[in-house]
Ligand binder design. Structure first.
Ligand code: GLC
Length: 554
């Protein structure tokens, strides 16, 4: 038999009925960064109405839910992760009525909406913090944050040796001499979660958005809320890093779990299977599993997977470790390759392995080829997967933004570990031409590079082999084929060839050539989809380098 198969033409599969419950266990959740998705009013900044108008696109792409990064009232010191009012929409994004219309329309299309909750810190423009500063040292509102006297003769030294994730000390001095803690930018003071008013306020904020009809929350810095008693010095421990920390007095303290148990009880009062997903950067997947115990959160991002280089042995190790870690707590594993904080995977894989902030474009063709293969691998694994806006277009990071255009606060704080996050936040191209390639009528808050239009939705729609059509086909197959994605089932690895990952699930197989060179391997079934063109002959396949193939098996 000679099976020729174009890369993105799915073979029809019998459609099976999906369980109406536990939708989130194998959901594909699409992250929208509102500032950069679609601008309805031509001010150069995306908005809620822009998102609402593009919901049919997301439905057509085949995702189950949309997670919106923050759109709340904010001075935008950190792209909206500095919230001044948790119950208001920032005017640049619209109004609460726009949020309501977005939620209503999404539901009508069968899409769920997950909003971002930022409980570790507020904006320095939040009413509590403004008053805490204005009212001076005796203000009772100071106890809702971490105000401390400094060290040294005149209190001129910070209270401890912690550094901010964005670089520089994690403490800033108010005009009256007291210091306040901020694990991120100085405009993001950390809440004191020991204070009952803080806990009460967030329970109320949860209810506010649940009453608005949202289907869940992504919890920002979920591992940071509780600090060790007395805010002890780090001493010999690693300084603040999001990933790879050993146990520190500011991250992953056991006390956070009691907060999530309380929140879970609130969520469970509401109908419709609403969920929490934790942004918890912990040292190991085993520590991450603590956040998704049955009475806590539903999912946690798998940042260890996101940080794994394009290497067969490393990928297999992290897939096994993730599934093993989640099994005892009964939570689905999750998979993610890109988000608004890291260099897009098409650019990470275009460069030699080197962390999540890459500053060089690398070999773009190679990066895209690997990114497509990596996506098909991710979407074949059991559990829930996260897709970041624009990755379905194969967008690279924009690595050459002029410094004066940059807005990421960590770029401006020396030695911050992030710094280059603007490159993945450039507004996405919808059309081939136009002032901002269909993003809006009024330009774009970050400059879009030349050639952006060739990567647009318009340029890729209906084009065989385009990355957009690859995603559409993959998501349609995933929906139809229960062996794909469903949580709980194991992954059976086949040892086929060095550098090739091959695994089976009921009725389905996936082979990934993680090397750059073609290999001949036995064909485990009929080709369903491939990330680059393949040809299967007489029960064998020549698997090109950096390519993933999905198979239907008997
Ligand atoms: C999270 C967000 C990131 C933000 C930080 C501080 O890591 O994903 O964008 O800068 O929290 O809120």
């Amino acid at each position: 038999m000679n099976q020729q198969h174009p890369m993105d033409e799915p073979v029809a599969l019998a459609t099976t009925t999906r369980e109406p419950t536990d939708w989130w266990r194998d959901a594909v959740i699409y992250q929208v960064y509102p500032r950069s998705f679609a601008d309805s009013d031509g001010d150069g900044t995306g908005d809620l109405e822009g998102i609402r108008r593009r919901l049919p696109y997301l439905k057509g792409l085949g995702v189950d839910a949309v997670w919106l990064s923050p759109f709340y009232a904010s001075p935008q010191a950190d792209g909206g992760y500095d919230v001044a009012d948790y119950r208001a929409v920032d005017p640049m994004y619209g109004t609460l009525l726009d949020a309501d219309a977005l939620i209503t329309d999404a539901h009508a299309l069968g899409l769920r909406i997950i909003v971002d909750l930022v409980p570790n810190h507020s904006s320095d423009q939040h009413e509590w913090f403004r008053r805490a500063v204005e009212e001076g040292p005796g203000s009772p509102l100071r106890d809702r944050y971490h105000f401390r006297p400094g060290k040294g003769v005149d209190g001129e030294l910070p209270p401890n040796d912690w550094e901010s994730v964005f670089g520089g000390p994690a403490w800033t001095r108010a005009a009256d001499g007291a210091w306040f803690l901020h694990l991120f930018a100085p405009e993001q003071p950390d809440f004191n979660w020991e204070h009952p008013a803080v806990a009460d306020e967030f329970r109320s904020i949860l209810r506010f958005w649940l009453d608005m009809g949202v289907d869940g929350f992504r919890i920002d810095v979920a591992h940071g809320l509780v600090k060790a008693e007395g805010l002890p010095d780090l001493g010999g421990h690693d300084q603040l890093k999001l990933l790879g920390n050993d146990v520190t007095p500011f991250f992953d303290q056991d006390g956070v779990h009691e907060i999530y148990r309380t929140w879970r009880r609130i969520l469970d009062e509401y109908d419709g299977e609403r969920i929490f997903v934790a942004e918890a950067w912990t040292p190991t997947v085993e520590r991450t599993a603590n956040y998704v115990r049955p009475d806590e959160l539903h999912q946690a991002f798998n940042f260890q997977y996101l940080s794994t280089p394009w290497d067969a042995a490393a990928l297999r190790r992290i897939v096994d470790a993730s599934l093993d870690a989640m099994r005892p707590v009964g939570a689905p594993a999750t998979w993610v390759l890109s988000n608004h904080d890291v260099t897009r995977h098409a650019t990470r894989f275009a460069n030699p392995p080197g962390g999540t902030q890459i500053r060089t474009p690398g070999d773009r063709e190679l990066g895209l080829r690997r990114a497509r293969a990596a996506t098909l691998l991710m979407l074949a694994l059991p559990g829930s997967a996260y897709v970041y806006q624009g990755e379905e277009l194969g967008l690279p990071d924009v690595t050459d933004l002029p410094d004066e255009a940059r807005q990421d606060p960590s770029f401006f704080r020396a030695e911050g570990q992030d710094g280059f996050r603007d490159g993945c936040r450039v507004p996405i191209p919808w059309t081939r031409t136009g002032s901002s390639y269909g993003f809006g009528d009024g330009g774009s808050w970050l400059p879009q590079p030349d050639g952006w239009g060739e990567l647009s939705v318009e340029a890729q729609t209906g084009v065989p082999g385009s990355t957009l059509e690859l995603y559409r086909s993959a998501l349609a197959l995933r929906r139809a084929q229960p062996g794909l994605g469903a949580g709980g089932d194991p992954v059976w690895w086949d040892d086929v060839s060095e550098g090739v990952l091959a695994f089976e699930r009921p009725g389905f197989a996936c082979t990934v050539n993680v090397t750059g060179a073609p290999v001949r391997i036995p064909a485990p079934g009929t080709v369903l989809l491939a990330s680059s063109p393949v040809e299967a002959t007489d029960g064998e396949i020549e698997l090109p380098g950096d390519t993933t193939v999905w198979w239907a098996t008997a």
